[in-house]
Design a protein around this ligand. Structure first.
Ligand code: AGP
Length: 364
């Protein structure tokens, strides 16, 4: 509503929108989960999803990064092969489609031209489609067979924040619902409402540490021209998104890397004081990512470790609450967003309106 679109006492919309994320998580629980803890969605849409043999998530930018997290959620909880694709690549590099594909268009604005181009082809071919969007009246919501609202409230800042976490949360709700239809044991064991409620609490704790995050941002990125973000699995996906945030609003050359890939080339770029942020939230890969962080540290990098509480070690600068490893981006992206925000603020930029960028990209 109109009040939602006001900046209020916040200096920038981005900080307001970052701060709203715990409320968005709670809103999504009350919107989509029933008293018994089961997610509720349109039955025909669930049946369409359940009869697909493969899901194709098509998106751009931040929404694509949320789609990568969604790929794991649908595969783990609903046991359906899922692939996330960049909309701008899909048309020119179309994968060999499965026999019964279903398309999920993930888009904050619902107006992204690169996605629309894919949607037109998908409809022509007669494949079913679903748009997950923050703007339920948008073109992509109207033109797909089904639409689900992200319910994040208006997002004004060009850098997407609450739409990203809302996308991850809605994907988790949908993956759980689909997994229940398909009677997947992993879905039955996944208490999505509880996880999202833990996420809301954990996000708030991180937002409450923003002064400390400001100090870390100044120390890590105050003078740098480049930065790296590393992790494995979902920690890799969040690395891509944290790097994009820093690029967009602070103009620091930032790259997200799969931690294990560093040694295959990128480590050559590490110099004295190169900032490297390491995400460590998965018990299966924590030790390996830690050793990658030590490798770059030994070559002079300035390392900031963001770790889950049960995996934390002395010297880790940011600790996030424990959460199912599939959903830790809901927490770890908060320091990612705030580090980018404070870097932009320190440098005196217009955080909400970075140069060369539009909120919705309506050209291909
Ligand atoms: C996010 O911070 C960016 N401004 C951008 O990458 C955005 O996510 C992308 O253009 C996709 O937009 P959409 O979600 O509205 O489709």
């Amino acid at each position: 509503d109109a009040a939602d679109a006001e900046k209020g006492t916040f200096p920038f919309y981005m900080l307001k929108e970052v701060s709203e994320q715990p409320a968005v998580m709670r809103r999504l629980i009350s919107r989509y989960v029933d008293q018994a803890g089961a997610p509720q969605f349109d039955q025909a849409m669930l049946e369409a999803l359940a009869s697909a043999d493969r899901l194709y998530i098509v998106a751009a930018g931040t929404s694509y990064h949320a789609g990568l997290v969604g790929q794991s959620l649908f595969e783990q909880l609903a046991k359906v092969p899922t692939e996330a694709y960049l909309a701008s690549e899909f048309g020119y590099h179309q994968p060999l489609l499965s026999a019964k594909p279903m398309f999920i268009f993930l888009t904050q604005s619902g107006e992204t031209a690169d996605i629309r181009q894919v949607l037109v082809n998908v409809k022509q071919a007669g494949y079913p489609s679903l748009t997950l969007t923050n703007v339920i009246t948008s073109t992509l919501a109207r033109e797909a067979d089904y639409a689900v609202e992200l319910a994040a409230g208006p997002e004004i800042a060009v850098a997407s924040t609450k739409a990203y976490t809302a996308q991850v949360a809605v994907e988790a709700l949908l993956a759980k619902a689909l997994g229940m239809v398909k009677q997947v044991p992993a879905a039955a064991a996944f208490d999505v409402a509880h996880q999202l409620s833990l996420a809301a609490t954990g996000q708030q704790a991180l937002i409450d540490q923003q002064e400390q995050l400001h100090l870390l941002a100044t120390d890590m990125f105050g003078k740098t021209r480049n930065a790296f973000f590393i992790g494995r699995g979902t920690d890799y996906f969040v690395s891509l998104e944290a790097a994009l945030k820093l690029k967009e609003i602070s103009y620091v050359q930032a790259e997200g890397f799969a931690a294990g890939e560093l040694k295959h080339g990128t480590i050559a770029l590490i110099e004295q004081d190169t900032p490297v942020v390491a995400f460590i939230t998965d018990p299966v890969t924590a030790a390996r990512t830690r050793s990658n962080a030590e490798e770059v540290e030994a070559r002079g990098a300035k390392v900031l470790r963001i770790a889950s509480a049960s995996l934390a070690e002395p010297g880790d600068q940011v600790i996030v609450d424990d959460l199912d490893p599939l959903l830790t981006p809901l927490l770890t992206i908060i320091p990612g967003q705030l580090l980018a925000y404070f870097t932009s603020l320190d440098r005196g930029y217009d955080v909400d309106r970075p140069r060369n960028l539009a909120k919705s990209v309506t050209v291909e």
